[in-house]
Write a protein that binds this ligand. Sequence first.
Ligand code: 6GU
Length: 243
Amino acid sequence: MKIDVLSIFSDYLAPLELSLPGKARAKGLLDIAVHDLRAFTHDRHRTTDDTPYGGGAGMVMKPEPWGEAFAALEIAESDTIVFTTPSGDRFDQRKAEDLSARPRLVFACGRYEGIDQRVIEHAREIANVEEISLGDYVLNGGEVAALAIIEAVVRLIPGFMGNPESLVEESHSGDTAGLLEYPVYTKPPVWNGREVPAVLRSGDHGAIARWRHEQARRRTAERRPDLLAPSALADGTPIQRAV
Ligand code: 6GU
């Protein structure tokens, strides 16, 4: 997979050199390049934003540097341009899986007031476009969102994870699909007077699987009732609370 990131704060993307994406690059599964959007400006102040037509607070990112950047990156029709924006579709594991199968992702990190809408329209003409938000809160710019999305996507690239089983078991995918992850324990068996649940030391794999499923279900009911059968919620059926 090829990933390009366009940003006016390219230093923010330094963590891409580390840990997980770094490992994927070392394995030859991933090629990441970060580009400074200001390289595609021509004025002395390297201006990337301007006041909004129609008035209002904040600044809007100018279209020209984006247009030049897309041209310089030789965007192909099969590429996907990802605009990180609080007004995008909410990011989730399904979207991460979808993006992990694409040949090239180009992240366009905007400041939160946004990019001139014509840039998004232009992008839709030259490539696939995703407008993605991390959730219902506001970040100053899309850089941290791009980092989070890249981390979620890169670990799904086939051949990346040492143990693909851990991808299947975790929250939001596989066996416990739609449920939060059950609590986990390791040695010692007693710590600060707290015991590891006996069932986990019983060797009874059926009982362990049932216990984990029940824990995941309770945790989900408590913390994320929205993930449990939305139809049951809609007709007023009460959610079973964890005890
Ligand atoms: Cl993708 N961008 C910004 N600026 N704020 C956000 C976000 C993205 N997702 C949640 N908040």
